[in-house]
Write a protein that binds this ligand. Structure first.
Ligand SMILES: Nc1ncnc2c1ncn2[C@@H]1O[C@H](COP(=O)(O)OP(=O)(O)OP(=O)(O)O)[C@@H](O)[C@H]1O
Ligand SMILES: [Mg+2]
Length: 260
């Protein structure tokens, strides 16, 4: 569903990613962890086609982003991608429900189906009572859940979530993580979730660690070098173990370890 091939990215003279490769299968949720500034949000932006890369390829649902012009990339993103941005990016002049409806409006959904789907997704994030509120009237956690609802509303095949539970209390975070994993399974989507939370990472099938200062800038390794994946469908079984080796490995070798 998602294939990242030998991706390299330099930002302001610094090599963020080098030969980064990752495959995410339909129905699989992968956690991306790593220190602040290592390039996690930049990776998500590149996978979404929002930011260019220097070399390599990103293939989403069989389409190579580099081979598409801007319009085609926008259309692919509209249909296929749901993105929970780290900074939410809700539109200030639209209500919560109108914000959630934006992806469906862009896809031309008829009024009645749109309203019904928006209502269902607001209910799924526990905010059906806040549909008429404007972003300035929402708490941080409510804003985050509206951003999550907007990312899920069109049942995307690629779900990108940048610290989606950073503003939530433990109970609400648990509910939201369950919802994100369930939607990825249900839509046979590829999920990439950036998180600083071990608890959130453990709900994912695999954990990819972006390593920024190992001497191999941007070389990713598995968290603890030995995260054990849960098989898709078995939520919450991923285990993060203590480091078993000191050498960082590439994401593709991490994938092999994870799936062996
Ligand atoms: N457009 C840009 N111009 C210059 N530097 C940039 C640009 N975008 C990102 N960077 C730099 O690239 C690095 C990676 O940024 P990114 O936002 O991807 O980090 P991150 O891993 O998501 O961090 P955090 O956990 O704090 O969100 C940072 O040092 C950032 O300052
Ligand atoms: Mg970030």
């Amino acid at each position: 569903m998602l294939s990242v091939r030998s991706l390299s990215k330099r930002v302001g003279g610094r090599l963020l990613l080098q030969d980064f490769s990752l495959d995410v299968a339909p129905g699989e949720m992968v956690a991306v962890v790593g220190e602040s500034g290592v390039g996690k949000s930049t990776l998500l932006n590149m996978v979404a086609g929002l930011e260019p890369f220097d070399s390599g390829a990103v293939i989403v649902d069989g389409c190579s982003l580099g081979a598409l012009d801007d319009d085609s990339r926008t259309l692919l993103r509209r249909r296929t991608v749901g993105f929970v941005f780290q900074a939410f990016h809700l539109l200030a002049y639209l209500t919560a429900a109108e914000n959630v409806a934006v992806p469906l409006r862009l896809l031309g959904w008829p009024d009645r189906e749109r309203a019904s789907r928006v209502s269902d997704v607001l209910q799924a994030v526990g905010l059906e009572g806040r549909s008429a509120a404007y972003p300035r009237e929402l708490s941080g956690g409510e804003t985050q859940r509206i951003a999550i609802a907007r990312a899920l509303v069109h049942r995307p095949r690629l779900l990108l979530a940048d610290e989606p539970t950073g503003n939530l209390d433990t109970g609400t975070a648990d509910d939201v993580l369950g919802l994100l994993v369930r939607e990825v399974r249900r839509n046979a989507a590829a999920g990439l979730m950036v998180t600083h939370s071990h608890h959130a990472a453990a709900r994912c099938d695999r954990v990819i660690h972006l390593e920024g200062d190992t001497g191999i800038p941007g070389a990713p390794r598995l968290e603890g070098d030995a995260a054990v994946p849960a098989s898709p469908g078995a939520e919450g079984e991923a285990v993060v173990r203590p480091p078993a080796r000191s050498q960082p490995v590439t994401a593709s070798s991490a994938d092999r370890i994870a799936s062996s």
